[in-house]
Design a protein around this ligand. Structure first.
Ligand SMILES: Cc1cc2nc3c(=O)[nH]c(=O)nc-3n(C[C@H](O)[C@H](O)[C@H](O)COP(=O)(O)O)c2cc1C
Length: 356
């Protein structure tokens, strides 16, 4: 029976345990450049014992940022500040991952501290693009411009270039963001994609943008390194993207060389009713793993060591990812190891050896 503190090998990478840090936007980059904040934020999780640390949604183009404070990898100048971050994470025995993203119609928003609403051009915002000219609604009311075929191909090229830069920056694990109502998810869901060309309509057409992007990035991302996708497994809305479609997509992603699905939900429908509760998204990770045979990560209100251990021991997912609980306590993995009687498998950093 696998244990939370057991290593997990995915391609040529072995995570020291089954605990990962989910990607979390910090809204603290300038011109997309990460800085000392990101180094300390991400580095603290490495000190705390996580096996995997996935850096925040990192935009593949300036227009793909959610907010002006979001990180990016759209030029070579973005590589340099990332290098010490990945080096430090590795020095602590953790694996540095990065999430590559394009926000589509949810781009051009204020940072949360400033309300999070869409910014128009006079307040520092920019033109948004999406599969269809449909606004998200609520505070994100800007109507995006429908992408042309040329623009779609251009964005896919941006993903490829960002992946190459991520590799140069030292990341050894990549996750494409196709969840939470951002661009790839906008293509997947019939609620945000009403195109009548080859990128809209049927299931095969709606998954085309993601499948093509995956295949293009897979070509430049080394075969021996983990290549993963985050999906929203449901729109929580009648007539929207569903878990049944998600399982079918997972089968095709696996065949295209994807190694793991990070199984989240929601984010594409304003005011969707989401039954938030401890571990509420685990059944999605479980179903994708069982029915498509691909490895999965479970995420969402996983906060207790015994809860995380149950998920792994029963093979409901291969990894657990924690977000908010890691912000509360970046040493959560070490405390979980102690709570589960496995402290010796996750000793504190050597610098603290004298203390413990
Ligand atoms: C501050 C913050 C920033 C987040 N940024 C991202 C992000 O960049 N990409 C993403 O896919 N999810 C993002 N999320 C969602 C988390 O990765 C995670 O899926 C969600 O918080 C549920 O996990 P939790 O209950 O452990 O917090 C963010 C969540 C928080 C709290």
């Amino acid at each position: 029976m696998p244990h939370l503190l057991d290593p997990f090998t995915i391609k040529s990478i072995t995570l020291r345990n089954r605990i990962g840090v989910a990607p979390m936007c910090q809204y603290s980059a300038i011109d997309g450049l990460m800085n000392d904040w990101h180094a300390v934020h991400l580095g603290s999780f490495a000190v705390g014992g996580a096996g995997l640390i996935i850096a925040e949604a990192t935009a593949v183009s300036p227009e793909g940022r959610i907010t002006p404070g979001c990180a990016g990898l759209w030029s070579d100048k973005h590589i340099e500040p990332l290098t010490p971050i990945t080096r430090f994470i590795k020095s602590q025995g953790a694996v540095p991952g990065i999430q590559l993203a394009h926000a589509g119609r949810k781009a051009s928003a204020a940072i949360p501290q400033q309300g999070g609403a869409h910014l128009n051009s006079s307040s520092g915002g920019w033109q948004t693009y999406a599969p269809s000219a449909l606004s998200f609604g609520g505070d994100l009311a800007l109507v995006p411009t429908e992408l042309t075929l040329t623009e779609i191909a251009h964005i896919q090229g941006d993903f490829v270039n960002a992946a190459k830069r991520a590799l140069l920056a030292g990341f050894t694990y990549v996750e494409l963001h196709a969840a939470h109502g951002y661009l790839s998810h906008q293509f997947l869901s019939p609620l945000s994609n009403t195109r009548t060309d080859q990128y809209g309509g049927s299931f095969e057409n709606r998954i085309r943008f993601l499948m093509e992007t995956v295949k293009a990035v897979r070509n430049v991302w080394p075969d021996h390194l983990p290549f993963t996708v985050r999906l929203s497994c449901t729109d929580w809305t009648e007539g929207g993207w569903s878990i049944d479609e998600c399982v079918n997509l997972a089968v095709q992603l696996k065949a295209a060389g994807v190694d793991l699905i990070d199984s989240s939900t929601g984010g594409n429908v304003h005011n969707a009713k989401i039954p938030v509760a401890p571990g509420f998204q685990i059944p999605f990770a479980e179903r994708i793993k069982k029915e498509s045979g691909i490895a999965t990560a479970a995420v969402g209100l996983i906060t207790e060591p015994a809860q995380a251990e149950e998920i792994i021991a029963n093979s409901r997912a291969d990894l657990v990812l924690l977000a908010r609980e890691m912000l509360r306590n970046p040493r959560w993995p070490q405390l979980a190891a102690r709570a589960l009687g496995r402290s010796k498998d996750l000793p504190p950093p050597i610098q603290y050896a004298r203390a413990f």
